[in-house]
Ligand binder design. Structure first.
Ligand code: SF4
Length: 146
């Protein structure tokens, strides 16, 4: 047997064997504790188009500036203003921002196993489903720095 093959790869991240994820659509990540959901002008345009509303209306009622960057707004209880309480669904799912699309494969969650496990406390999807492979994880994580 080749001894070199037995050595652990020193540069392999802790999630090199993949991570489980399958969204259960519980809605936890769209509700609860306050946070920011970064959104670009292009994404605002896509959201407006998907709702057949004007860009100005979406910008006015659904976005705010945080540190000079655009974020989606929340209700006072922390729920995203695009989250439908009754159906517990995202009302702009097909046009949702990249930050939502790439959850939970964010750099902040991938920083360590402890960070991943902490995020998984509120996201049941991170403990279920098929394994997402390393390449796909890194591809998602590279798209936005959160
Ligand atoms: S918290 Fe996780 S499982 Fe629940 S809706 Fe969000 S991504 Fe899906």
């Amino acid at each position: 047997m080749n001894v070199e093959q037995q050595k652990p790869n020193p540069v392999a991240p802790w999630y090199a064997n993949g991570l489980q994820f399958k969204c259960s659509q519980c809605g936890n990540c769209c509700t609860g504790a306050p946070g920011v959901v970064w959104v670009t002008e292009e994404e605002v345009e896509q959201i407006a188009k998907s709702l057949d509303r004007s860009v100005g209306e979406v910008r006015l009622f659904h976005t705010r500036l945080v540190h000079r960057k655009l974020s989606l707004t929340e209700h006072t209880n922390g729920d995203c203003t695009f989250f439908d309480q009754k159906s517990r669904r995202c009302t702009i799912y097909d046009a949702r921002p990249l930050q939502c699309r790439t959850w939970p494969f964010w750099n902040s969650n991938l920083e360590s196993k402890a960070a991943w496990d902490e995020a998984a406390v509120d996201c049941p999807g991170m403990r279920h489903g098929n394994f997402v492979n390393l390449q796909d994880i890194e591809n998602l994580a590279s798209q936005i720095d959160v």
